[in-house]
Design a protein around this ligand. Structure first.
Ligand code: HEM
Ligand code: HEM
Length: 348
């Protein structure tokens, strides 16, 4: 049976005075993560000393509270604790160096925790994790997480964590206790990168290619439309790739293959633009080689772009709406191409 803890029933905390060795009589109390019922109590206990008591339901999983430099998980220093079924307790510091288990490092990070005052215990099906931090002012950006249920981290020697089943990033005002959920860092830049690249390499450039293939009878209009659309696509795509480099730098994202494909696409795009400049005249003998070259590079580029769009969506876990959205665009293209190819064959 879960016994409730809430900020209005501060009574039980008083009873913990025996178990928590620092003064808990005047802690501020706020609900910091409603859906997981995380309650944080804190106060400044001295010139450079802050007390924290985190209270959460005990779901037989680890709980984590991290102090973040930028609002995201990566780069944060966290306190993570859990209580085994047999009552054994663990509470360790971690440096969250990346989003894979091997980059989350035990006993590291920049938190200075007062060792002999930290404690973790279960009372009435809730975990209480108490610690004191040596700092003038704790960071305002906090990250919280809950591990998989019934899958506690191994104790000695590794203490290695696995990914949480739930997580949140918030911004906390210690003076007022107000906290608000924040977006993952650079989510707008990620979006801009995805939309620019999708629009440019995945939508505009294929349209430009189709114009060149299927609207040749509208001479010379097709050529102006083709070079216009492709130039616009190239410029937007260049901006999108640059956004990718910035993202990669800021997020420390480890997206090697995605980056490699992206650079290849940009290089092929540059070759296409250069090729336009050195195009032999329409009746020159070399023109058919040029055509062959320009068409194959263009097709390869579009193929790479389609792959990299779905791969990027996968890496960013951007969700099914992105996949469906671009999938519909591709479907429309495929149907258009089939119809127009049949028309062309009939004319011959
Ligand atoms: C081995 C341990 C860990 C692994 C493998 C891991 C992995 C990940 C992954 C893959 C994401 C991205 C999820 C998505 O985009 O849907 C993520 C996000 C997040 N994680 Fe972790 N994590 C670990 C530990 C922690 C801990 C201990 C905390 C907090 C104390 C935490 C807090 C967060 C938060 C707040 C986010 C969302 C914001 C962001 O993406 O930066 N993580 N984590
Ligand atoms: C022209 C080629 C490229 C295409 C079509 C492309 C497409 C995408 C798409 C659709 C997303 C998902 C966006 C979202 O979540 O809203 C994405 C994410 C991403 N892309 Fe690209 N991209 C390209 C090139 C690059 C390059 C050159 C880099 C540089 C390293 C890069 C770095 C990233 C990063 C870091 C993410 C976020 C991954 C994460 O959240 O873990 N992209 N890309």
């Amino acid at each position: 049976q879960t016994t409730q803890d809430s900020c209005s029933s501060n009574t039980n905390l008083a009873n913990f005075n025996g178990r928590i060795s620092f003064d808990v009589s005047s802690l501020n109390c706020f609900s910091v993560w409603t859906s997981e019922d995380f309650i944080l109590r804190y106060s400044q206990a001295g010139p450079s000393l802050w007390s924290f008591v985190l209270s959460t339901p005990n779901t037989n999983s680890y709980i984590g509270m991290g102090f973040s430099p930028n609002g995201g998980m990566v780069g944060s220093s966290a306190v993570v604790g859990w209580v085994g079924r047999d009552g054994t307790t663990s509470m360790r510091r971690y440096f969250l160096g990346g989003q894979t288990p091997s980059q989350v490092l035990v006993d590291q990070g920049d938190l200075q925790i007062v060792g002999n005052t930290s404690t973790i215990f279960v009372d009435s099906s809730r975990i209480y994790m108490a610690f004191q931090l040596v700092t003038d002012q704790p960071r305002q950006r906090l990250v919280y997480s809950v591990g998989d249920s019934n899958n506690l981290p191994p104790s000695t020697p590794s203490y290695r964590l696995t990914q949480h089943r739930s997580q949140i990033a918030i911004r906390m005002n210690y003076a007022t206790g107000q906290s608000s959920q924040t977006k993952a860092p650079y989510s707008n830049l990620k979006r801009a990168h995805g939309i620019l690249n999708m629009m440019a390499w995945g939508i505009l450039i294929p349209i430009g290619a189709m114009v060149a293939r299927y609207l040749k009878h509208l001479d010379p209009l097709w050529f102006y439309v083709h070079s216009g659309v492709q130039s616009l696509g190239f410029i937007l795509g260049l901006a999108g790739v640059i956004a990718g480099f910035v993202l990669d730098d800021r997020l420390d994202a480890r997206v090697g293959k995605h980056k490699g494909l992206g650079i290849s696409i940009l290089v092929l795009g540059c070759l296409q633009v250069l090729a336009l400049l050195v195009r032999p005249s329409i009746d020159a003998k070399t023109r058919q080689y040029w055509n062959w070259y320009h068409h194959s590079v263009g097709r390869l580029m579009i193929l790479f772009a389609i792959v990299n769009i779905f791969y990027g969506i996968h890496l960013a876990k951007a969700g099914t709406s992105w996949n469906v959205g671009y999938g519909v665009v591709l479907g429309i293209y495929a149907i258009t191409i089939v119809i127009l190819e049949i028309k062309m064959l009939r004319k011959k």
